[in-house]
Design a protein around this ligand. Structure first.
Ligand code: ADP
Ligand code: MG
Length: 408
């Protein structure tokens, strides 16, 4: 089984608590009882180091799966149904595989992410099995650390028929992404699902979103990954995200009129963009410039990580943040303040907004000795500057989704 985590005391404790909650929950009478042992699957959230708004432009991203995870304890059963409790919401929901389709989806609910995954797996020709389960999570919900993708990837493991062949992580990510796009109705790229599916402990993943393939980029030893949550709402995000996507598409269309072979911004380099700038509305040109240069920054960051070139990492993160703020216009005063505070702390190597923007989190690479200084600086200064309460997470890069083998 891939990504099997060996049991440790906290793993065992969390597993026992989930299983107890599952066993204590009344069944769903009438009908066959669930049988077999309680199994456990997990899926991590993710933080993107660099490469923002590039995934839907067939470009490059560099996320890491992080040790903030969703776990599902479940028992398979022979009915075409899922019944799942979210411990965070203290809410139990169910859905049937019969007639499952985006058209007949009921009122919006968190269970949609599970149903979406079941629908997309079945559409892709993968066999699925019903289960009853309980889940809990250490991923902050709606903060940009991809709790939704983790929920989908954990679901994909719980829904899988034991022993059936499993697509590779990139293919499984594409299936889950299709579920989120078509069934939930969120027009996300593939990065979140991919990172949650394919994560490798101690590594970031360089994902080529054109071909859905990845290579690993080791995190430098001695550096910590710190996520700072701004606590600011992302309510502008959905509409602005869709607008950015259409601006990029318009850029591609106008450039392709003169440059045959251009299918996506991935095909455009800086020289080509300059040659064609006069064809583009000013805003569209700025959006394209961000994407084209961000792809180049991802490659430069991978080299800097490999060479341990900390100065270069600092410059690349700063350039990415400035570009997202000024050219792509998806930062916010809160994100800018958080980055500002972080880079003023000695030992903070690099800091930028991460995720789609308008709120959510920043990501920083930090010398280990500076972890606490960063935390203190954020706690002391951020609320004064913004009136919002920050959260600081020191995270580690972990393996992607899989079954947890207890006692292994
Ligand atoms: P993000 O993926 O950045 O955390 P999203 O808005 O994409 O934010 O996804 C958040 C949604 O995922 C929640 O509104 C909920 O529907 C679902 N979700 C995430 N975590 C849980 C959980 N622990 N229990 C139930 N639903 C969850
Ligand atoms: Mg999400």
């Amino acid at each position: 089984m891939t990504a099997g985590h060996t049991g440790n005391p906290s793993t065992a404790g969390r597993a026992a608590a989930l299983s107890a909650r599952l066993e204590a929950r009344p069944g769903m009478p009438p009908g066959p009882k669930a049988s077999g042992p309680v199994r456990l699957v997990r899926a991590p959230g993710r933080v993107n180091l660099i490469g923002e708004h590039t995934d839907y432009n067939e470009g490059l991203v560099l996320p890491a799966a992080i040790d903030r995870e969703i776990w599902i304890a479940f028992q398979g059963w022979d009915r075409p149904e899922v019944e799942l409790t979210s411990a965070e919401f203290d809410d139990t929901r169910s859905f049937s595989f019969e007639g499952l389709s985006p058209e007949t989806r009921g009122a919006k609910s968190w269970i949609d992410y599970v149903a979406a995954t079941a629908w997309a797996m079945r559409e892709a020709g993968l066999p699925i099995r019903g289960f009853r389960g309980v889940m809990n999570s250490t991923i902050p919900i709606g903060s940009g650390l991809s709790s939704s993708a983790a929920l989908e990837m954990a679901s994909s493991w719980a829904l899988a028929v034991p022993g059936a062949p499993r697509p590779d992580p990139g293919a499984m990510a594409a299936i889950a992404q299709r579920g989120e796009n078509r069934y939930v109705g969120v027009n996300c790229g593939i990065m979140d699902q991919f990172a949650s599916a394919a994560g490798m402990a101690g590594n970031a993943l360089l994902i080529d979103c054109r071909i859905n393939q990845f290579t690993t980029a080791p995190m430098p030893t001695g550096l910590s990954l710190v996520v700072c949550e701004t606590g600011s709402s992302r309510k502008l995000e959905a509409s602005a995200y869709n607008t950015r996507r259409s601006e990029c598409e318009l850029g591609v269309k106008l450039i392709a009129e003169r440059e045959p072979g251009v299918r996506a911004l991935r095909d455009v380099d800086e020289a080509m963009l300059e040659r064609n700038r006069d064809r583009l509305p000013e805003v569209v040109a700025r959006r394209c410039e961000h994407v084209v240069r961000e792809d180049a920054r991802v490659m430069a960051s991978v080299a800097a990580l490999r060479d341990g070139d900390l100065d270069a990492l600092g410059r690349l993160f700063a350039a990415s943040h400035a570009s997202l703020r000024d050219l792509y216009e998806v930062s916010s005063p809160e994100l800018d303040a958080m980055v500002d505070i972080a880079v003023s702390v000695p030992g903070v190597i690099a800091s930028r907004m991460t995720g789609a923007g308008f709120g959510g989190c920043t990501v920083s690479l930090v010398e280990r000795r500076a972890e606490e200084a960063l935390r203190e600086a954020v706690l002391a200064q951020y609320q004064k500057r913004t009136g919002l309460e920050p959260r600081v997470y020191i995270v580690a890069a972990v393996d992607g989704a899989g079954e947890v083998i207890l006692g292994a």
